[in-house]
Ligand binder design. Structure first.
Ligand SMILES: Cc1cc2nc3c(=O)[nH]c(=O)nc-3n(C[C@H](O)[C@H](O)[C@H](O)COP(=O)(O)OP(=O)(O)OC[C@H]3O[C@@H](n4cnc5c(N)ncnc54)[C@H](O)[C@@H]3O)c2cc1C
Length: 417
């Protein structure tokens, strides 16, 4: 390895910590700047399909996440009365492992990522808000070793951040923007890529429950999607996303949720009724229609929700943030450590990740139209009848296409170090 390359990561969420681990695995010195005063994740649960698990394996934390979470197959989709619309088979041509979901509390996932980043030597700085970025430049065909003294390789990128002690600026061979859907970095480099309200808001809760069977069940009713899955031996995560005006205020969230799901299947009502007011949170849902036009500018690479915030309907936002992190390490950092051309590595990342995440975002939009965005009246019975008639094969194959992603190969020399 040539060694000595540096990276600054803006944002210490899922994409930022995954990128930090993958960069350090390739031998880079990494600093993560997180705006929040502590590296802590609130939130509720998450479900990972096999692609997310493959990314966690590449980062060395699959076992930790499996141990903290709960693995179970995706059961399928029901109508609001609890009747099956699509029941995913236990056996068949698509391997069951591809349709298996690992449910985990976001706090547990975040803790595993943070531990891995610390163990591998990444510097994690809290209370550091990135305020500006200079993208730098990278010239094609020039090995990118030691850019600061080797001007032919281009100019380094630079980041400015604010802490309680004042303003700071640092240069790096690579800057990773992982600062979420409202990314400061993306806004500066791609001001035309605008975040949009998805038209829906989402309740989420983690409840103590040992009775719920544990497999992910998704339920579609008028303008609403409900889903639940087990995330540990005694915890179940449920979410209820529904079409509503932005920035709504409900005097009593729990009473509103109970009223919203009043006519739904008994198991759905029981789960909402078993939720304490303190366990219930609600967030408006935002996305980045069409994604960021490019995921790379100069020496800045844009990842996670900053690059491709998608609708949560296929549960792939966090998984693709992990995939991005692994690809930053394996498609950019490792080849450059081995003396490769940085411009080529950045271009390859941009192509591969925009293609993958663009496809998933379009799939998420399609599922939204078929699912929670569909209004009441004739639409519901028509959709439900069609879904019951259609064989499960196409749904399974679509799921398998998402889940069968595997990490790029680690370049041979980096893998031996
Ligand atoms: C209702 C709902 C359900 C979901 N369910 C799933 C699911 O089941 N499975 C799944 O895979 N995905 C799911 N997602 C999507 C997933 O939560 C996101 O895609 C994922 O959190 C994105 O990770 P990220 O690291 O890119 O961004 P974030 O998690 O938003 O992290 C960004 C980090 O950057 C920090 N930051 C922001 N600005 C700055 C700045 N200027 N300087 C320094 N730091 C900064 C923030 O404090 C934060 O720590 C869901 C989303 C929603 C809304």
């Amino acid at each position: 390895m040539t060694g000595g390359q540096t990276a600054i990561v803006a944002g210490g969420g899922i994409a930022g910590l995954a990128s930090a681990v993958a960069l350090a695995q390739a031998g880079w010195r990494v600093t993560v700047l997180e705006r929040a005063p502590a590296f802590a994740e609130v939130g509720a649960g998450l479900g990972f399909t096999a692609n997310g698990m493959a990314a966690l394996r590449a980062l060395g934390i699959e076992e930790a996440v499996r141990a903290a979470g709960h693995l179970a197959p995706h059961a399928g989709y029901q109508d609001r009365g609890g009747r099956w619309l699509v029941r995913l088979p236990e056996t068949g041509p698509v391997p069951r492992t591809v349709m298996t979901i690992c449910g985990i509390h976001r706090q547990q996932l975040h803790a595993a990522l943070r531990q891995a980043a610390e163990d591998i030597g990444a510097e994690l700085v809290t209370g550091a808000e990135v305020t500006a970025v200079r993208s730098g430049s990278v010239r094609s065909g020039v090995p990118s070793d030691n850019v600061r003294s080797a001007d032919p390789a281009g100019d380094p990128a630079a980041v400015t951040w604010r802490t309680s002690t004042g303003e700071h600026t640092g240069e790096a061979d690579l800057v990773v923007a992982a600062d979420g859907v409202r990314s400061t970095v993306r806004t500066q480099l791609f001001p035309d890529a605008r975040v949009r309200y998805a038209g829906s808001t989402s309740w989420r809760a983690v409840v103590r429950d040992c009775a719920f069977e544990g497999r992910l069940i998704e339920v579609w009713g008028p303008g609403t999607e409900f889903g639940a899955l087990r995330i540990s031996a005694d915890e179940v995560y449920w979410y209820g996303e529904f079409v509503h005006a932005e920035a709504a205020h409900f005097a009593d969230e729990l009473a509103t949720a109970e009223a919203h799901f009043a006519g739904w299947a008994p198991w759905v009502r029981a789960m909402v009724a078993g939720t304490a007011a303190s366990q219930l949170m609600r967030h408006d849902v935002y996305h980045l229609p069409g994604g960021c036009p490019r995921y790379v500018r100069g020496r800045v690479v844009i990842t996670g929700d900053a690059a491709h915030a998608m609708l949560p309907t296929i549960g792939q936002g966090a998984a693709t943030a992990l995939e991005d992190g692994v690809c930053v390490g394996r498609m950019i950092a490792a080849p450059v450590s081995d003396g490769g051309d940085m411009a080529g590595a950045l271009a390859a990342f941009d192509r591969a990740r925009r293609r993958r995440c663009g496809q998933l975002a379009r799939q998420a939009n399609l599922v939204a139209r078929l699912g929670f965005e569909l209004g009441d009246g004739w639409r519901q019975p028509v959709r439900n009848t069609l879904l019951r008639l259609i064989p499960t094969g196409p749904a399974l194959r679509a799921g398998a296409r998402i889940a069968s992603w595997t990490p790029p190969e680690q370049p041979a020399r980096s893998a031996q170090e």
